[in-house]
Design a protein around this ligand. Structure first.
Ligand SMILES: C[S@@+](CC[C@H](N)C(=O)[O-])C[C@H]1O[C@@H](n2cnc3c(N)ncnc32)[C@H](O)[C@@H]1O
Length: 294
């Protein structure tokens, strides 16, 4: 078994085809790649990421067929066995500080001298998703900045823990972080420790079944279908008037997810977007939920 798989997608670098790049990022995220490196080599754009070596090669083959159905003419797709140290080296070379919203900066923990005029989130995400490189993470961070009272919250699908750490630094009192992936749970614990916040958040393996309310709010950056399926759970957990921030979805998927959430009393106040990605921001209202008879 390979230590890791290095997955690489190559396409024309020509900017007119930004849509191809967006689509490729989407497919890479769906495959579960936590970080995607982007390099321009001459006329070619190369997107590269690393996946657990436990991923069966058949999964990669099926994935290539799916991508090929839409992009066979435009992208070359390949993978090879790689070692953990390849990933560590390339990751440290490529990941840069990421400035988000008005107040935050995500700072690779191994770099010196973070800026003094921002709330710094030193992070070592390891193999977990949540470096700030992906638009959906940045959208959730921007949305968190805008919530006046974060209170007690849950981060469902915490990945590296970046949203949990940010919410606590932005003034939340306490947090719960859950994820179905062991690597993410370990990464969130590590990042809470790096930030000295381990006493203010509880981390558990699993999903919403690990949580009980009432919470002041929930943030969840997963995938459109998962958020729609979890809508009744979010309602169960969040108090009336509490906030909700949901991402991991494309703008085209937003209406379906909004409908599922609205059925649980969620009132959308804003849809943030970056490229094709969307983030839903709103509150859970008691009235509509009760009148729906649930
Ligand atoms: C896109 S990443 C988000 C990571 C981080 N919160 C961020 O915003 O960058 C989604 C995470 O959700 C986790 N996940 C997927 N389905 C889940 C579920 N049903 N319940 C909890 N976590 C889930 C994945 O393991 C992954 O770590």
């Amino acid at each position: 078994m390979a230590d890791l798989w290095q997955v690489q997608v190559e396409t024309a670098a020509d900017g007119a085809d930004g849509e191809v790049e967006e689509t490729l990022y989407w497919y890479l995220t769906e495959l579960g790649l936590p970080h995607v490196e982007r390099q321009i080599l001459g006329e070619r754009l190369v997107l590269r990421g690393y996946l657990s070596g436990e991923t069966p090669e058949g999964v990669l083959q099926r994935w290539r067929e799916n991508v090929g159905e839409r992009l066979s003419e435009k992208a070359e797709i390949g993978w090879r066995a790689a070692e953990r140290r390849d990933w560590q080296k390339s990751w440290r070379e490529h990941w840069r500080p990421i400035f988000v919203g008005e107040r935050l900066v995500i700072w690779p923990v191994w770099l010196p001298d973070p800026p003094g005029d921002r709330l710094v989130i030193p992070l070592d995400p390891g193999m977990a998703f949540g470096t700030g490189e992906h638009a959906t993470t940045r959208l959730c961070l921007r949305a968190l900045e805008s919530v006046p009272h974060l209170g007690i919250f849950a981060d469902v699908g915490c990945g590296s823990g970046v949203l949990t750490v940010a919410a606590l630094k932005l003034g939340a009192g306490r947090g719960w972080a859950v994820d179905t992936d062991d690597l993410a749970v370990a990464s969130t614990r590590k990042n809470l420790q790096i930030n000295g916040l381990q006493e203010r958040a509880a981390v558990a393996h699993g999903s919403t079944e690990q949580l009980s309310g009432p919470l002041d709010g929930v943030v969840s950056n997963i995938l459109a279908e998962v958020i729609a399926d979890l809508a009744p759970e979010f309602r169960r957990l969040v108090r009336s008037g509490g906030w909700g921030i949901f991402s991991g979805l494309l703008l085209t998927q937003a209406p379906r997810v909004v409908e599922a959430l609205a059925g649980q009393g969620f009132e959308l106040s804003e849809t943030l977007s970056e490229g094709d990605w969307a983030c839903l921001v709103g509150r859970f209202s008691a009235e509509r939920f009760r009148s729906a008879g649930s």
